[in-house]
Ligand binder design. Structure first.
Ligand code: SAH
Length: 254
């Protein structure tokens, strides 16, 4: 079978955050699938065909792309950030696992990208400098009770948390509820970073202590990083502060 499906991460924002490998994969593909606003970020040439789709249609989109690759086309599935982080690479794997046997013989390539939490972290310093985890606050694909358990367990274990999908029109209360849960396990001065639309013209970074963290500071283009008890802020004259998580944790006293 000669077709190929490349699942390509295009980074969080502008073309300067696209890797060389992603650029090559895009140049080599002819048929482009993905959420329409991601496809809008590409400068496609004549002969490169768009198949834009709405959000929440991941499996149908993956299946359509696999069908086209099985017909022998060079197909790219475009994801924002990294395709393996709350994005299309897992949807493509699910479709292959549950789909017709001939999809398993296809050439499938996953091309990584800069994921949102790394771009946000880089703007403020090194808040992910020690152990951390990433959680999606979306309860579209998992029950909210699991999200609450994970928030409490991960924050309680001293991990820095990167929260993806913090709010949307259909999910207006989840981030506020997450802050309530985190206030039970973390000190009020724990640092919270709101990184919105990083790498795009409408980028905005806010840093607040957990006691003042307000869900209205986030929208669906925001990645929220919650520090651990060890995450610190360095004030600097005439420059924005640096936020970082030290590389070492204190040893427990015997
Ligand atoms: N695959 C993507 C994540 C998709 S989930 C990645 O690796 O980044 C969508 C969520 O990603 C958004 O709700 C937001 O939390 C985050 N996000 C995507 N782009 C962002 C950006 N430019 N700045 C901040 N957060 C972003």
């Amino acid at each position: 079978m000669s077709g190929r499906l490349s699942v390509v991460g295009i980074g969080p924002g502008g073309p300067d955050q696209l890797t060389g490998e992603a650029r090559d994969a895009i140049a080599g593909a002819r048929q482009f699938f993905g959420y329409a606003p991601y496809l809008d970020r590409l400068e496609l040439e004549a002969g490169q065909v768009r198949h834009g789709s709405d959000n929440h249609q991941e499996l149908a989109r993956a299946s359509a792309a696999l069908d086209m690759a099985a017909e022998g086309h060079d197909v790219a599935m475009i994801s924002g950030g990294d395709p393996g982080v709350f994005a299309m690479a897992a949807a493509v794997c699910e479709a292959i696992e549950n789909g017709p046997p001939h999809w398993r013989a296809l050439d499938v390539v996953i091309v990584p990208g800069i994921t949102a939490m790394l771009a946000v972290a880089a703007r403020v310093g090194a808040p992910l400098g020690h152990d951390f985890c990433a959680l999606s606050l979306s309860d579209n694909l998992k029950p909210w009770t699991i999200i609450e358990k994970r928030l409490e367990a991960c924050a309680g274990a001293g991990l820095v948390l990167a929260l993806y999908n913090p709010v949307s029109k259909a999910r207006p209360w989840q981030l506020g509820r997450a802050f309530e849960i985190l206030r039970r396990v973390l000190a009020p001065e724990t640092l919270v970073i709101f990184g919105r639309a990083v790498g795009r013209p409408e980028e905005r970074i806010r840093i607040a202590p957990l006691r003042e963290a307000d869900a209205s500071l986030a929208d669906m283009a925001t990645c929220v990083i919650i520090g651990s008890t060890e995450t610190r802020l360095i004030d600097r004259p005439g420059r924005p502060p640096l936020v970082y998580s030290p590389r070492s944790s204190p040893r427990p006293s015997k």
